[in-house]
Design a protein around this ligand. Structure first.
Ligand code: MG
Length: 174
């Protein structure tokens, strides 16, 4: 049994059924696990000499297996999609659609993901939130286009990458 299979069966906080749905939802919004793993790789390279993209992917998957993480992803993506369809009521619609800088709930929802992973997750989340590397920057730009909303998604992706980085750090702690 490989590492991921082991994780699926051994941890009561995991939900393998929703894992597939969550990956589909992310893909529908233009995010594949490899995009997230690339962020994790950049975060962990300075600390883990032999870290590979495959290893990062494994830990992104591990994060996506967690029930609490899955719920945050589902809520965040749903709100972005409803905002694109103008199905939220005011004043929430304008706040989400315009990615209002003082809204703050998109970051708070993402924090519920990193909360599971301790201080390394938290500091890495702050780091990618500020710098917007890779797919986070792409999502941020795309969300500014007419009819598109990635207000929650960019933070969610950053939180998954940061959580996977923390998960890796703990796995290889000396
Ligand atoms: Mg945001």
């Amino acid at each position: 049994m490989d590492y991921l299979e082991q994780q699926k069966t051994s941890n009561r906080l995991n939900d393998p059924k929703k894992y597939g749905i969550v990956k589909e939802r992310l893909a529908e919004r233009g995010v594949i696990p490899l995009d997230i793993a690339k962020l994790t790789l950049d975060l962990q390279k300075p600390y883990l000499e032999n870290v590979t993209i495959e290893l990062c992917l494994e830990h992104v998957d591990k994060v996506l297996l967690k029930r609490e993480v899955q719920h945050a992803i589902l809520v965040g993506i749903e709100l972005d999609v409803l905002a694109e369809k103008n199905l939220l009521s005011e004043p929430l619609l304008t706040l989400v659609k315009s990615d209002y800088g003082l809204f703050g709930i998109d970051e708070i929802l993402a924090l519920s993901i990193v909360n599971v992973y301790g201080s390394i997750g938290l500091t890495n989340f702050g780091y990618v939130d500020k710098l917007k590397p890779g797919i986070i920057g792409v999502l941020d730009d795309e969300g500014k286009k007419e009819g598109r909303c990635n207000t929650f998604l960019d933070d969610i992706v950053g939180a998954i990458a940061a959580s996977a980085a923390s998960s890796l750090a703990h796995r290889f702690a000396v």
